[in-house]
Design a protein around this ligand. Structure first.
Ligand SMILES: C[S@@+](CC[C@H](N)C(=O)[O-])C[C@H]1O[C@@H](n2cnc3c(N)ncnc32)[C@H](O)[C@@H]1O
Length: 469
């Protein structure tokens, strides 16, 4: 009997399968036991584990092994300018509409959800710069690629591709936008600089979320991702996409995924070979509360407990610094997640930056020592493209509580973007020092679903990418 056949006969296998589907949303594996068993058997061999129950325990305890398994389970088929008709529709309809709409703010935010190794967000960067370069000169443009597969994300950050990734790309574009490196092609720095990548699990991480940088997009592109999810999961995701767009923002799904019923809260625009969905200002009727997407049957209890814990609002830090203690001792608005700050967050999650900033300033007007307020203000200012004010707000948050981890982290990101590598290194080191011996699954203060383990890994990745340690 092969190891995978043995696995299929193990009474713990259904629990492993439920865990995999719950974590990834990939209901695709519901009727693919043999494929799944082969992948799991390979991982078990790598980990030198022969007992299914022991592997289940390892997965529940160790985020790293879950990442390794996810890397094998996910399907990353992608290439530049995949499905040309959709890029035509973006060029002809979506981008002209958004650029006209955003002329006063001169900012543009795009999210490629499930970006795999990066050709989709990089194609968008190329399209924008080549076709609209003059129009967006001096604009604050950000294209965010997210994925659940850390290995894909790392390759996306490298930005180096084989010839096969250009099977739908005209040769002149490849020649203009990439540099040959051996048999591969490296994306040119001016396009690379327009795109950033981060981990995000569509079925586990709540969104929109200003804290996760997932909010207020002008365009969301999510193609060939939800085809692996159950109908129930997709129904729960669509309102989250809706909420993550600004009014007038556009959603682009895979060309084989049009479904009028699912996208009924959007305005549908039919183009040759492509269907587009636009968020209109009319408030939608939610299909269901846009929260968690999958409830897997008979999940092992520890996982359900972990999920439940992740869904709890973050509690205040156990022992605040003197400055924060002072802030917490002053009138009602200083409570960690005070209603006014949650309102600010709600506005920011919807991409209503001006209103969010006004509300935040009102909170800070009454409670100027609240580091959470300054931190949130920094995130909003960053989205508004006001770098200097963002940096001062982050420094103020750090001044008020040096042990608050996320302001250090965001300051590190900010300094990296400003190409101040040495200063960024200091901020990232502060993050690692503050995380210290925190357990991997410990939630990070103000970090929504973010855990200490994930933050450690992300900071390590940034330090590695820029060659500092
Ligand atoms: C087939 S690729 C699509 C790539 C690109 N969007 C395109 O169309 O060329 C699907 C991607 O979805 C990612 N994915 C699967 N489940 C996910 C989840 N729950 N959250 C985020 N990404 C996920 C996979 O890792 C994979 O990179």
């Amino acid at each position: 009997m092969t190891p995978s056949e043995q696995l299929l006969g193990d009474s713990v296998f259904p629990r492993l399968k439920a865990l995999v589907i719950e974590v990834t949303g990939m209901a695709f594996y519901a009727d693919k036991d043999l494929d799944l068993a082969q992948i799991i058997a390979d991982r078990m061999e790598q980990c030198r584990i022969s007992d299914c129950a022991a592997y289940l325990e390892l997965l529940q305890a160790d985020g790293e092994e879950m990442d390794c398994l996810v890397a094998e389970l996910t399907i990353g088929e992608t290439y530049f300018f995949r499905h040309k008709e959709q890029f035509d529709a973006l060029r002809e309809i979506v981008l002209p509409d958004i650029l006209a709409r955003n002329t006063p703010s001169r900012r543009l935010r795009i999210w490629s959800a499930g970006c795999a190794t990066g050709p989709e967000p990089y194609s968008l960067a190329i399209l924008l710069k080549r076709e609209f370069g003059a129009q967006i000169l001096g604009w604050h443009v950000s294209i965010l690629g997210t994925d659940i597969n850390q290995k894909f994300l790392s390759r996306a950050r490298d930005g180096r591709y084989d010839q096969w990734a250009f099977r739908a790309t005209p040769e002149n574009i490849r020649g203009e936008c990439f540099v040959p490196v051996g048999k591969q092609w490296q994306i040119r720095p001016e396009f690379k600089a327009m795109v950033s990548f981060q981990y995000h699990n569509l079925t586990r991480n709540r969104f929109p979320s200003i804290t996760d940088n997932i909010a207020g997009f002008d365009i969301i592109i999510c193609r060939n991702v939800v085809i692996y999810f159950s109908r129930e999961t997709v129904e729960a995701l669509v309102p989250c996409f809706h909420e993550s767009l600004v009014d007038g923002g556009w959603l682009v799904m895979g060309h084989a995924e049009p479904n009028m019923e699912l996208f009924r809260d959007f305005r549908t625009v039919n183009c040759p070979g492509a269907v587009l969905y636009q968020r209109t200002s009319v408030e939608p009727q939610p299909i269901r509360p846009p929260q968690r997407h999958v409830v897997a049957p008979s999940l092992p209890l520890p996982v359900q407990q972990r999920m439940a814990r992740r869904l709890q609002p973050q509690s205040p830090r156990p022992s605040p610094s003197p400055a924060l203690a002072l802030a917490m001792a002053s009138p009602p608005t200083s409570v960690a997640v005070s209603p006014p700050l949650s309102e600010v967050r709600h506005l920011a999650d919807q991409g209503k930056w001006d209103a969010a900033l006004r509300a935040c300033d009102a909170v800070l007007g009454k409670d100027s020592l609240n580091w959470r307020g300054h931190y949130l203000r920094a995130l909003i200012l960053d989205q508004m493209g006001d770098g200097d004010a963002c940096e001062s707000a982050l420094r103020r948050a750090i001044y008020l509580d040096r042990r608050a981890v996320l302001p250090h982290y965001h300051l590190g990101l900010f300094l990296l973007r400003a190409e101040e590598a040495e200063a960024a290194r200091r901020s990232f080191r502060n993050v690692l020092a503050l995380l210290g011996g925190e357990a991997d699954d410990r939630a990070v203060d103000e970090g929504e679903d973010l855990t200490a383990g994930q933050l450690r890994e992300t900071v390590g990745m940034h330090m590695k990418v820029i060659g500092i340690s």
